[in-house]
Design a binder for this molecule. Structure first.
Ligand SMILES: *Cc1c(COP(=O)(O)O)cnc(C)c1O
Length: 364
């Protein structure tokens, strides 16, 4: 019998029980290790340590592959691009995905042919022709648009391209890109996976053992490595991911319902709703939906008024944490309307959050 999400989150990456040993994972902060003739033994903190392996085991088990952790989501994205791409290669990037992926490629990697494609494009053989790597982001951040991972992967593989999916918004409980055929799943675990808004972290998972080994080696050599304390914090957060996502999705469903009927609100998006244009594809490939929704108010001023009037929704960027927060994405230069707000539902009681949001909207 396969284990449920909650059990896998709680027990993933635990060390075998030993009398007198700790029950939860404990951070190993050492940079030095006693040397050994066993080539698999730890020897220096930049190359590996038990704390990384514990979280990599837990996430790798959920994602269905070999996981490599990084000090941030962007460290994971940039490492993948450095390892897979060389000058002359073509890379397909989401034009509406997390903006720093495009920035990194355009500012810091030279000689690539960059094809920016909207998540909801009509994907054809032409879209992926000649590509070495196709990076998808679904649901996309911030628009929450969805693309068909399995269908695009078939096109990409026929063209000889690898497919990587930025799975940040979904988390490994919401979506398993490798099971849908993709070669690589990556994420910013700063968001829902760690879930407490107090740590930056990222990861890449792949079932290709050679690629996983190259990523590990590049991490060691480049030196962009996560601190064990941060990795331990993320592992501690992962334990409650199933519970947090359940409450966050409940809150998002309730807010979607009241927001879509509110006169001050337009264009509410949450792929979990059967009314959402992304729902059909999303429900085919996603296992569950998270707590992030977007909607539009009349202007930047209306957003500022809403956020000032809300008691529980902090004005803060990032998403997926315990505390509800919201971010007006146009302030960061995303190509979205001035009044578009990405709201990340926290783990407050649904009743309290809905009442607070309605009160704040009522003051507009
Ligand atoms: C936040 C985010 C990133 C970057 O992650 P950091 O941990 O902030 O470096 C990458 N992709 C998506 C979809 C994100 O939301």
């Amino acid at each position: 019998m396969s284990l449920g999400d909650g059990t896998r989150c709680v027990h993933g990456g635990l060390v075998p029980a030993a009398p007198g040993g700790p029950v939860p994972p404990q951070p190993v902060m050492a940079s030095q290790f006693h040397l050994s003739d066993d080539p698999a033994a730890d020897f220096y903190g930049r190359a590996g340590n038990p704390t990384w392996r514990a979280l990599e085991t837990a996430i790798g088990d959920l994602d269905g592959g070999s996981c490599v952790v990084y000090p941030s989501g962007m460290a994971a994205v940039s490492s993948l691009l450095r390892v897979l791409l060389k000058p002359g290669d073509t890379v397909v990037l989401p034009s509406d995905g997390y903006y720093l992926g495009r920035s990194y490629v355009n500012e810091y990697m030279s000689g690539l042919v960059v094809r920016e494609v909207p998540t909801t494009a009509e994907w054809t053989a032409e879209t992926v022709a000649g590509a070495r790597l196709v990076l998808l982001e679904t649901p996309s951040n911030p628009g929450l648009d969805v693309c068909d991972i399995a269908a695009i992967t078939r096109l990409a593989h026929a063209a000889g391209a690898l497919v990587a999916v930025d799975n940040t918004t979904a988390t490994p409980l919401g979506q398993r890109p490798l099971e849908l055929g993709a070669d690589i799943a990556l994420a910013s675990d700063t968001k829902a996976l760690a879930g407490h808004s107090d740590v930056l972290l990222g990861h890449i998972t792949t079932a290709e053992q050679d690629l996983a080994a190259r990523l590990r080696s590049e991490r060691t050599v480049s030196g962009a490595v996560p601190g064990p304390f941060e990795v331990w914090l993320a592992h501690r957060g992962l334990g409650t991911l199933d519970l947090r996502l359940a409450r966050q999705a409940e809150n998002a469903a309730a807010l979607h319902e009241v927001l879509r009927q509110h006169p001050a609100v337009r264009s509410v998006r949450w792929p979990g709703s059967p009314l959402d244009p992304a729902h059909e594809v999303a429900s085919r490939q996603m296992r569950r939906f998270g707590g992030v929704l977007t909607f539009e108010l009349a202007s930047a001023e209306a957003v500022a008024g809403f956020l000032a009037a809300s008691r529980f929704v902090s004005s803060a960027t990032s998403f997926g944490g315990l505390h509800s927060s919201a971010d007006r994405r146009a302030r960061w230069g995303d190509a979205v309307p001035e009044g578009l707000l990405r709201l990340s539902c926290g783990c407050e009681d649904t009743r309290d959050l809905v009442a607070d949001v309605l009160t704040a909207l009522g003051r507009l």
